[in-house]
Write a protein that binds this ligand. Structure first.
Ligand SMILES: NC(=O)c1ccc[n+]([C@@H]2O[C@H](COP(=O)([O-])OP(=O)(O)OC[C@H]3O[C@@H](n4cnc5c(N)ncnc54)[C@H](O)[C@@H]3O)[C@@H](O)[C@H]2O)c1
Length: 249
């Protein structure tokens, strides 16, 4: 009985699609949605064994994979109520250090994939559906030296705002979460690339946050679940910053 120990059952029998399900925030999303009774379809470029009702391994750079995914999910798990466009990559470096491939990958995974998945999902979703995009606080206010990532997350934030308005009359709420630093593989690989010890780097980042620590994946997933739930029933096109009190500097 997967729900027996839960305090909350907000998503009983809700059909949920989660992209980037094998990543830091994605794993927390899978765990929390399932704990609250959801039927979860997980997708990632590579999925190691996780407990979900349906797996769809695939590359979000593959446009037909994105276009067809919502329909396949609907057929496999019997509906589509909630979509979490959570997958993303971070591309580092000043514009002069970036390549054409960096541009295509960043815009393809962070913008075009959620665009395509959302476009194909909305016609399948009923009134009461919700789409939650994972943008970034850098999509709201740019930080230094990540122009491609920042541009892509700003595009996703803007898409969220416009779709939030356009599809409110359909009863589909579209919102985004905008985290600051989260302790996931995405953050840790950046330290490794710069030759920094991840533990020391995280300790020093923790000191830069007014709340005293960077976010855990669970901190962010909890806000995504809130946005997906009826508790957020009046939220459409909101960009919710989750930052422990740390502004973009
Ligand atoms: N970690 C942070 O500090 C932070 C801050 C703000 C926003 N975010 C955003 O949170 C989201 C989740 O990231 P995370 O921190 O859990 O990182 P993560 O790297 O752990 O997870 C990202 C997931 O996306 C998947 N993915 C990447 N490219 C893909 C592709 N071509 N096809 C299919 N799947 C692909 C990866 O395999 C990975 O499992 C991302 O959109 C990220 O931009 C993260």
């Amino acid at each position: 009985m997967k729900n027996s120990q839960n305090k909350s059952n907000r998503f009983v029998d809700k059909k949920v699609l989660i992209t980037g399900a094998a990543g830091g925030i994605g794993k927390s999303l899978v765990k929390f949605f399932r704990e609250e009774g959801a039927i979860v379809a997980a997708t990632d470029i590579k999925l190691s064994k996780i407990n979900v009702e349906a797996y769809f391994e695939g590359d979000l750079m593959n446009t037909s994979f994105c276009d067809n995914l919502p329909q396949k999910v609907e057929e496999k798990i019997g509906g589509l109520d909630i979509v979490c466009n959570n997958a993303g990559i971070i591309t580092r470096g000043k514009i002069t250090e970036t390549t054409d491939e960096d541009y295509s990958l960043t815009m393809g995974i962070n913008v075009e994939a959620p665009f395509r998945i959302t476009r194909a999902s909305i016609p399948l979703m009923k009134k009461g559906g919700a789409i939650i995009n994972t943008s970034s606080c850098w999509g709201l206010r740019p930080g230094p030296n990540h122009p491609l990532y920042i541009m892509s997350k700003a595009a996703l934030a803007s898409l969220t705002q416009t779709l939030g308005r356009d599809h409110a009359p359909d009863g589909i709420r579209i919102n985004a979460v905008c985290p600051n630093e989260v302790d996931t593989p995405m953050l840790r690989t950046g330290f490794k690339e710069r030759g920094l010890d991840p533990l020391t780097a995280i300790e020093s980042l923790n000191k830069s946050v007014p709340l005293g620590r960077i976010a855990t994946p669970d901190d962010i997933a909890k806000v995504i679940l809130f946005l997906a739930s009826d508790e957020a029933s009046y939220m459409c096109g909101s960009l919710v910053e989750v930052n422990g009190g740390k502004p973009v500097i």
